[in-house]
Design a protein around this ligand. Structure first.
Ligand SMILES: *[C@@H]1O[C@H](CO)[C@@H](O)[C@H](O)[C@H]1NC(C)=O
Ligand SMILES: *[C@@H]1O[C@H](CO)[C@@H](O)[C@H](O)[C@H]1NC(C)=O
Length: 368
């Protein structure tokens, strides 16, 4: 008798518990139709000899000058129309919404890692705790998104158009009242490209300096290999144009800085969260002019000081150059000296870095 009387009380107590943050998230498949010109990418890769040759080409000191050896042929085509069903995670019920774009050799797990003890590195949960809604997604070719052609589909300007489609989805289908774009690394370039075309309420860039002058140590140091043959169990289904790093320590060199991270975290990102990138992505971003001056939204550039790909290993004296890029932005703030390497979210400073993002957005009026 007693037992039965107690049951409803337990049930009521369970319902009164605060909803766990993961309960606010659901995986969604979002069809996005884009119409964009395509580059003719000539880097047809068959084996790791070809990747070694490509690495030399992409790290030549004259790679970004007019007589550059980028593996592109002729002018971009007329617009090509494609529909991609993007794999995304939507958390929250709308209102001010953060749209997150991860970097190369990453996936949307960059924003929402799932290993035991990963709470402090979980940007999505930190944002939900502040009352934001969050849309994170896998770039086309990555993780839960479709395995597109590594040369003809996975190109920078296509990915910018996909992000613009996702912003439209957030506003029209997910009840977003304000949208801030948050990027990491290559995802910061994609976010900047989108923010130069469509209005957004805020732009936060990490793993980003606005210059490719220091890109060579990254491309060389990653020890790029064909993912399909490097790890057939994980990536045997990809085409030969998908690349990954040669090993855990090469990936650590390009993404982490001692002594500001836990080795077990680098092991997790290497073994679980990382995903190959497509060879079409690099030459297409290098060959695209992003009109930073067209970005009106307030901009925060938030940098680990010891970032290899963005800054050649020291962002002080490099990231200040962003002042000359974002000349049309309502506000530009930059931080160049957080104790971290490229993968800011996976260094010990992550919780403080996340709070800097929320403080900035709230000061710019993007607040729940
Ligand atoms: C590297 O550049 C050379 C000379 O420009 C070119 O012939 C070759 O096809 C390129 N290789 C790759 C893999 O991009
Ligand atoms: C950035 O800082 C460096 C080092 O202090 C300086 O040489 C450079 O002129 C600065 N650039 C800008 C745009 O202020």
């Amino acid at each position: 008798m007693h037992f039965h009387q107690l049951l409803p009380i337990f049930a009521a107590a369970a319902q009164a518990l605060p909803q766990s943050t993961s309960a606010k998230c659901r995986d969604v498949q979002i069809p996005i139709t884009v119409s964009t010109p395509r580059f003719v990418v000539t880097a047809s890769l068959q084996d790791d000899w070809d990747v070694a040759a490509l690495t030399l080409n992409l790290t030549r000191r004259d790679v970004t000058t007019s007589a550059d050896p980028l593996p592109l042929n002729g002018e971009p085509s007329d617009s090509v129309k494609s529909t991609y069903t993007v794999g995304a995670t939507l958390c929250g019920n709308g209102g001010p919404t953060l749209v997150l774009t991860h970097g190369i050799i990453e996936s949307k797990l960059y924003w929402r890692p799932n290993f035991p003890g990963s709470e402090k590195y979980n940007f999505v949960d930190a944002a939900l705790a502040q009352g934001y809604s969050v849309l994170s997604y896998d770039r086309i070719g990555v993780g839960s998104s479709p395995k597109v052609n590594s040369l003809t589909d996975a190109q920078f300007q296509v990915e910018v158009a996909v992000l613009e489609g996702l912003v439209n989805y957030a506003k029209t289908k997910a009840h977003a009242t304000q949208v801030a774009l948050i990027g990491h690394s290559y995802g910061s370039y994609i976010s900047s490209g989108a923010a130069s075309h469509i209005p957004v309420d805020g732009l936060v860039l990490t793993g980003f300096s606005g210059t490719f002058d220091h890109f060579a140590p990254f491309v060389a140091g990653a020890g790029l290999r064909i993912a399909k043959t490097q790890n057939p169990l994980r990536w045997g289904h990809l085409d030969f144009g998908y690349l990954t790093t040669s090993d855990l320590y090469a990936e650590t060199y390009v993404y982490y800085a001692e002594p500001y991270f836990e080795h077990s975290v680098a092991e997790y990102t290497y073994n679980v969260a990382s995903e190959p990138f497509a060879v079409g992505e690099l030459p297409s971003v290098l060959a695209t002019t992003i009109n930073y001056e067209d970005i009106k939204a307030p901009v925060l550039v938030l940098q680990g000081q010891f970032d290899v790909s963005a800054c050649g290993g020291n962002c002080v004296g490099v990231v200040n150059g962003t002042k000359e890029l974002f000349t049309g932005a309502k506000v530009l703030e930059y931080v160049d000296n957080l104790p971290a390497g490229h993968n800011l979210n996976f260094h010990k400073v992550a919780p403080q870095a996340f709070q800097k993002i929320f403080t900035f957005l709230k000061a710019q009026g993007v607040k729940p």
